[in-house]
Design a binder for this molecule. Structure first.
Ligand SMILES: Cc1ncc(COP(=O)(O)O)c(C=O)c1O
Length: 310
């Protein structure tokens, strides 16, 4: 309950434009019910129900004992930035160097910083709808114009490139692509992404637009450790972008968080470079559950659920 006070709260006008991610509110309510002893099946927040792999937890504990408890560089520990650059180069078939990597507390700050650093009032940002709620919230917060591109079931929740073409104009500053997509599970196919790249004027499996020739310096790639390594509560993510923009994002980090927690980053190096058996196990189990869930939903009258192509 809000505390009553004789002083009226005068919020900045922009706060009326800031949205939220309601899954967190529902999670709080569900946890409160759990504390009262109720049995709850959590379908609200999207996070792995696995524990962080033991080798990563051990690396974090070891880092704490070894004194990784101090401030670090705003852009992230050099060894982690290097590990991420190698990982992204390998998984996206591009050449990424560590000065293009900015480590932040989760993937979300990259959305926040990208929009803060690139969007002026009246600038347009195209974002997927349905989509992660923070996109629209942040675009509105900075006074940009949020332009939704609809994702439709009949297209396996991939975007329609002709529809996208009709939304692009002189004021378009950013196009947000999310693949695999939250909440539809849609995966953008290589052909769709190449068409999007063509549309912007350059240039089966999960494929990044960064890999399309000519697109790397026009792409801000956002990824993180939350889901792949079941590390949601550790708060660690990163952006990959041209080095001159990375310097501005680093300044935003200095102004906001100073740096991502140092011991968390040391654990992150183990996550990327260490044994990947747990990741393979989690992926196999998620695939098994997806197959069972999609098949089950499609058996219910009135329901339809697409199986994503990945
Ligand atoms: C599309 C998308 N972006 C960003 C995030 C934020 O993840 P985190 O900040 O934990 O990396 C999520 C979490 O579900 C997401 O689905």
């Amino acid at each position: 309950m809000a505390q009553s006070t004789q002083y009226e709260l005068h919020l900045a006008r922009r706060m009326s434009r800031l949205g939220t991610e309601t899954a967190f509110e529902v999670l709080n309510k569900a946890r409160a019910l759990e504390r009262q002893g109720k049995s709850i099946i959590h379908l609200e927040i999207g996070e792995p129900d696995f524990d962080t792999p033991a080798n990563v937890v051990d690396a974090g504990i070891d880092a704490l004992r070894k004194g990784w408890t101090h401030y670090g560089p705003s852009a992230g520990l050099p060894d982690l930035r290097q590990a991420i650059a190698e990982y992204v180069s390998r998984t996206r078939s591009v050449k990424v160097t560590s000065d293009e990597v900015v480590v932040v507390p989760g993937g979300k700050p990259i959305i926040f910083f990208t929009i803060l650093s690139l969007i002026d009032e009246g600038d347009e940002v195209i974002y997927p709808n349905p989509g992660f709620p923070i996109y629209e919230s942040m675009i509105n917060y900075v006074g940009g114009r949020a332009v939704p591109i609809p994702l439709r079931e009949e297209r396996d929740f991939s975007l329609d490139v002709n529809e996208l073409a009709a939304l692009i104009n002189d004021r378009t500053r950013l196009i947000i692509l999310n693949s695999p997509q939250n909440p539809t599970g849609g995966v953008l196919q290589r052909r769709d992404i190449e068409q999007v790249a063509k549309l912007i004027g350059d240039g089966g499996q999960h494929f990044s637009i960064m890999s399309v020739p000519g697109m790397q310096e026009r792409t801000i790639l956002l990824d993180g450790f939350s889901k792949t390594y079941a590390m949601t509560g550790w708060r660690m993510g990163y952006g990959v972008m041209r080095p001159d923009l990375a310097a501005h994002m680093t300044r935003l980090m200095t102004n906001s968080n100073s740096c991502t927690a140092s011991f968390t980053q040391v654990a992150g190096i183990e996550a990327i470079k260490g044994d990947q058996t747990s990741v393979d196990h989690m992926r196999d189990e998620f695939q098994r559950r997806r197959d069972a869930f999609v098949a089950g939903l499609n058996k219910i009258k009135g329901f339809s659920c697409r199986m994503q192509r990945c």
